[in-house]
Design a protein around this ligand. Structure first.
Ligand code: ADP
Ligand code: MG
Length: 213
């Protein structure tokens, strides 16, 4: 299995639909420990991305991902705009000129995206951010690839690890972003950015690996 350009666009569209569907939920999570705008921030950004989809079809995968990143940076205020923007810009740089992705290419893209988020936001694992979902997803993807798993199996394992990482943010005390202002009171709530990151990688597994449900 390889991922083609139109699969990349289908992933972005599936994630956009997941964000729209979960807008209220993400905003509720952010109301508990932040300022209650994560759902609307993400939805605003991906509605702007949606409007650009017609221009994406003839671009290479790197250019598609960079367009997504630039659109997010320019339309989303708040922490998540620059962070997701950087994720897509860096993943796009790692896939410059590519018309399809192998598992190794996707490992490189996810690695570049996660490194970009860490460089930009300076979060470490355990700080209760999207990094707590993305890091185990990347780790598991790499392990699956080095074990010789197929692309589809690796994508599902990566999305499952992302979900576990998202759930593991619940007991954590936030050390980055607005939630850190709450100190100990941030414990007991799931991080909104980790939740949207899980939707992102679950959408990749569902669309690219025909995952059920
Ligand atoms: P804001 O915090 O500006 O209101 P959002 O509500 O859209 O922005 O996004 C909040 C999410 O951003 C958090 O749940 C967290 O996952 C993520 N986040 C915040 N700061 C950082 C950071 N420094 N590094 C990584 N992720 C971060
Ligand atoms: Mg917020």
């Amino acid at each position: 299995m390889t991922v083609q350009r139109d699969d990349v666009i289908a992933w972005i569209q599936a994630f956009t639909a997941a964000i729209t569907e979960n807008k209220g939920y993400l905003t509720q999570l952010d109301s508990d420990i932040g300022d209650g705008d994560h759902g609307t921030n993400m939805d605003r950004g991906f509605q702007a991305v949606s409007a650009k989809v017609p221009e994406l079809a003839d671009k290479d995968i790197g250019a598609i991902l960079k367009t997504v990143g630039m659109t997010l940076v320019s339309t989303v205020g708040g922490a998540s705009g620059p962070l997701y923007g950087t994720f897509f810009l860096q993943a796009g740089s790692a896939t410059t000129g590519k018309l399809e992705l192998s598992l190794a290419d996707w490992v490189a893209a996810l690695q570049a995206g996660v490194d970009g988020v860490i460089m930009r936001g300076k979060a470490s694992p355990g700080d209760k951010t999207m990094i707590d979902a993305l890091t185990p997803a990347l780790q598991t993807l790499k392990e699956s690839a080095s074990k010789g798993s197929g692309f589809a199996v690796a994508l599902r394992a990566s999305a499952d690890a992302c979900e576990q990482g998202m759930l593991a943010t619940i007991p954590l005390v936030a050390r980055k972003g607005r939630a850190s202002y709450l100190g100990e009171r941030s414990a007991g709530h799931q991080d909104p950015g980790a939740t949207s990151s899980h939707l992102l990688l679950r959408a990749a597994a569902q669309v690219w690996a025909n995952q059920e449900g």
